[in-house]
Write a protein that binds this ligand. Structure first.
Ligand code: FES
Ligand SMILES: [Fe+2]
Length: 459
């Protein structure tokens, strides 16, 4: 094992001593790893000082929702689907963002294009759900566009003196990264690569394009879309919301960083929370975790003389031998095997790093500022060169448990705990008692970073 002498790569400038101690507590854990830890874990860039409070109206008013439509959703790159959702020519996904609908379409030459899902005649939406087509025929009067958006058939063309053959559907910018298809409604927007910045460097070891969407679950929640995603952008809430996990999660030892348009959390697993006032055994640490994780649905016995963290890592290394080969799998660090690493790309896309298979997306539900859509995707490795077709979305009924979708495994129970808070957060904000929300400076770095980017776009 080689230790990196300077511990972290980056800076803790601007943090107070207590906050910096949290960063170093995580870095110390990396220094004690049973393997070499990739540098990406040590990259350090907190974001003290900005967006410490934000107005409550951001979560509650139609006026602010309309501002987000004008300045955010119609301007930024956003994840619309996976490439394997549209494997065959003519397959399309209908991506809705608030009141706007977009068709993301696989072309005959294998490329991907996107069009507004609106007929140019009298404005009927062309498709109501995902599917496969040779062309897009409007159900109202039958005007038809080809897959590439060009006009294909115009009934009674003689009655449209102002329309010539060049009458394409409104096009939408498209690009891909990591097997995800992104769209941008602004024809003048800078390329996706500029928007991603250095995010691809973070995923170099874990290429998401080498996975496919095995599971896709969605649910409409009774809260603003930002409230929903903010519930997944810090590990501090574990202390009250998921207290059963405390013996196995170093919640306050989490490390938070932000760069450009993205941020991340690193939360160590297999160590007890500093919040606990009792010392769990290594087995109790392990048992707490096997109540949570997607891939650990059986209890794992911690051998004598081995820590829960190493036992957890050993179990996952063995599990990955089939996919990666024993040499590669056995060289993976405890941090890669154990720690939670959710990234957030502004505004709403949350892929996890390392070998975790989780990815979230959050969106407004229609134009109601008090409702949102939360989605969880499970991205799994596949054999061969062509991914299996992406899973269809399964909708969990509003006010129903996530456990109704067995594919989510034990993750569903944690989601139930998370979203049990959310209608009451919305209710509290709509109460009028407070006019701003106050964020923790370090542990809510990711949320503050989101609001900083948001404020940049609103300005
Ligand atoms: S509204 Fe689409 S063809 Fe008339
Ligand atoms: Fe949570």
């Amino acid at each position: 094992m080689t230790a990196v002498s300077d511990g972290l790569i980056g800076t803790t400038a601007g943090l107070n001593m207590d906050q910096a101690a949290q960063v170093h507590a995580y870095i110390d854990l990396l220094d004690r790893d049973s393997r070499d830890v990739p540098d990406v874990y040590r990259w350090t860039n907190p974001l003290p000082g900005v967006a410490l409070t934000v107005p409550v109206e951001r979560y509650t008013t139609r006026a602010f929702h309309d501002l987000e439509m004008e300045k955010v959703w119609t301007k930024v790159w956003q994840m619309a689907c996976r490439v394997e959702d549209i494997l065959e020519p003519g397959e399309y996904v209908k991506y809705d963002i608030a009141g706007i609908s977009v068709l993301v379409v696989r072309q005959r030459d294998g490329s991907i294009r996107a069009h507004r899902n609106v007929c140019l005649h009298r404005g009927r939406t062309l498709k109501e759900r995902d599917g496969r087509a040779d062309s897009f025929q409007c159900p109202f009067h039958g005007i038809t566009w080809d897959l590439d958006g060009s006009l294909k058939h115009m009934p009674c063309a003689w009655d449209f003196p102002g329309v010539d053959g060049d009458w394409p559907l409104k096009s939408v910018q498209v690009d891909t990264w990591g097997g995800f298809v992104f769209i941008n409604l602004d024809p003048g927007a800078a390329p996706l690569a500029d928007f991603l910045g250095t995010l691809p460097d973070h995923f170099e070891r874990w290429p998401l394009e080498k996975r496919y969407k095995q599971v896709h679950v969605a649910k409409v929640l009774r809260c603003n879309w930002k409230l929903a995603q903010e519930a997944f952008m810090e590990s501090w809430h574990v202390v009250a919301t998921h207290a059963q996990l405390l013996p196995g999660i170093g919640d306050t030892i989490s490390k938070y960083d932000a760069w450009g348009n993205f941020s991340r959390t690193l939360t160590p697993n297999g160590i007890p929370s500093p919040h606990l006032n009792w010392q769990p055994t290594e087995q109790e640490m392990m048992d707490a975790l096997t109540d949570r994780n997607l891939d650990d649905d059986v209890k794992v016995a911690v051998p004598d003389g081995v820590t829960a963290r190493v036992a957890l890592a050993d179990g996952r290394r063995s599990h990955l031998e089939g996919d990666l080969g024993a040499d590669v799998a056995q060289g993976l660090s405890d941090a890669e095997m154990c720690d939670s690493m959710p990234y957030t790309l502004f505004p709403n896309f949350h892929p996890w790093g390392s070998y975790n298979r989780t990815c979230y997306r959050f969106r407004p539900y229609g134009n109601d500022p008090g409702m949102s859509i939360m989605e969880c995707m499970i991205l799994s490795p596949y054999e061969g060169d062509t991914p299996p077709h992406g899973a269809e979305v399964k909708w969990v009924e509003t006010d129903t448990s996530w456990t109704t979708v067995p594919e989510l495994g034990l993750l569903a129970r944690v989601f139930d705990q998370d979203d049990a808070n959310l209608p009451f957060v919305q209710k509290g904000l709509e109460d009028g008692a407070i006019d701003e929300v106050t964020f923790a400076e370090y542990q809510e770095t990711k949320i503050r970073h989101f609001h900083m980017v948001l404020e940049g776009l609103l300005a």
